[in-house]
Ligand binder design. Structure first.
Ligand SMILES: Nc1ncnc2c1ncn2[C@@H]1O[C@H](COP(=O)(O)OP(=O)(O)OP(=O)(O)O)[C@@H](O)[C@H]1O
Ligand SMILES: [Mg+2]
Length: 388
């Protein structure tokens, strides 16, 4: 293969990314603009725009069928967009064939060649790029060391565990130093412990190599563990993009609030607004307060969201320092070692979950059916309008 070297874009065999021309060093490596993929009337990806910064690890997080893989496949060139642009280093790549995009890809299913050894598998991308044999051997050794499988080069894939096979797939994607690495649920087939172990490996490798990664998952914990930023997908659209903390503390809508972490949702309506706070009347008649982040009119039906760990349980006779309080009965009580979660049913029949950590002083457990007050501070409340 004698690849013609255009301006940027393609990477000649063995030439590291550092030799790209300086003009291509924009802060954003990848820019997706108004990208859509329609199947007939169905919008698998619906007007998605996002930027991935150079050296960033961004996860695409969302439920099954929300358009994560379709978006990734369009970036890789395996799918053709219905509309929109994909720019890498400010150049439109939509007409560049996949093998010339210089993008590495790791899939959920192990895609190693069974008849080749680990070293041959890892060296394969360099072989097709016609890199000289001694150079291949040297880089294979280096990248096997990176994934801590330096003594496994002579084995066949069938002689490796699932986690080891995925690390080899990762090594094979990294060896030609792609400018962008796409990973589509690469750990989906592994058990929880192995997944967590390899998540740490990926973090380490990401920091060590400074490679730009898009990582697809529907596992929120995995997204929290790995990401610099998370793009939350909902029905082919991006619901919100931001750092994990930002999405957790300031969800843009109820979908993000519900998908990332655990949340309580109570229904109510706006009563009054004053001093930057809303008074909200809940379904059970209690009145609570929330920061007035959105402009909402009185009588507007709203969903009131707060996190289980922001609330405390108290006897009904006790008073807390918190402005917000509902009363109910304990219907569920789960001991989790470091914490307990309680489910409380309010007078309106709605359920509230409270997560109570067992710190040095908190040892109390509550009993089923106990009448109890749930209190929480007003400033951790988010309210989202409900369509009337
Ligand atoms: N070739 C196709 N024809 C019609 N619909 C398709 C096609 N490919 C994908 N879809 C639909 O597009 C939507 C998005 O699919 P996609 O694979 O991107 O979801 P995903 O977010 O990756 O989900 P998962 O977490 O299950 O992998 C789905 O509803 C899917 O059924
Ligand atoms: Mg998918």
């Amino acid at each position: 293969m004698n690849s013609s070297t255009g301006s940027g874009g393609t990477l000649d065999a063995g030439v590291p990314q550092g030799s790209q021309p300086a003009r291509s060093m924009a802060a954003n490596l990848l820019s997706i603009r108004n990208l859509s993929k329609h199947y007939g009337d169905f919008r698998a990806v619906d007007n998605v725009s996002l930027d991935v910064r150079r050296g960033e690890l961004m996860t695409f997080l969302g439920p099954s069928g929300s358009g994560k893989t379709t978006t990734l496949n369009m970036v890789a060139g395996f799918d053709t967009p219905t509309a929109g642009e994909i720019l890498i280093d400010n150049q439109d790549i939509s007409r560049v064939i996949p093998s010339r995009r210089n993008i590495g890809m790791v899939f959920q299913r192990y895609t190693l060649f069974p008849h080749m050894t680990v070293a041959e598998n890892v060296g394969f991308p360099l072989m097709v790029r016609r890199v000289a044999k001694p150079q291949i051997a040297e880089r294979v050794t280096r990248v096997l060391k990176l994934i801590r499988l330096e003594s496994f080069g002579d084995r066949r894939p069938s002689q490796l565990s699932g986690g080891q096979q995925q690390r080899v797939a990762l090594a094979r994607a990294l060896i030609y130093e792609p400018r962008l690495l796409l990973m589509d649920e690469p750990l989906g087939a592994l058990d929880k412990r192995l997944r967590e172990e390899i998540q740490l490996e990926i973090r380490r490798i990401h920091h060590q190599l400074d490679v730009t990664i898009i990582y697809v998952t529907h596992d929120q914990e995995e997204a929290l563990r790995l990401s610099d930023r998370i793009a939350v997908f909902d029905n082919g659209r991006i619901a919100q993009i931001g750092a994990a903390r930002e999405l957790y503390d300031q969800p843009a809508n109820a979908f993000v609030g519900a998908f990332l972490g655990n949340s309580n949702f109570l229904t109510g309506k706006i009563a009054t607004a004053n001093g930057g706070r809303y008074q909200v009347t809940l379904k059970d008649g209690s009145s609570i307060e929330a920061p007035a982040r959105l402009a909402l009119a009185p009588e507007q039906p709203v969903s009131v969201m707060f996190r289980p760990e922001k609330a405390i349980l108290q006897s009904v006779s006790e008073t807390s320092g918190f402005t917000n309080r509902v009363v109910g009965r304990i219907t569920e009580n789960v001991f989790l070692g470091d914490s307990a979660t309680y489910e409380v049913r309010t007078a309106s029949g709605e359920l509230v979950t409270v997560k109570q950590p067992f710190g040095p002083s908190e040892t109390k457990t509550r009993t089923m059916d106990e009448e109890i007050a749930v209190s929480w501070p007003h400033d951790c409340v988010h309210i989202f309008p409900i369509d009337r």
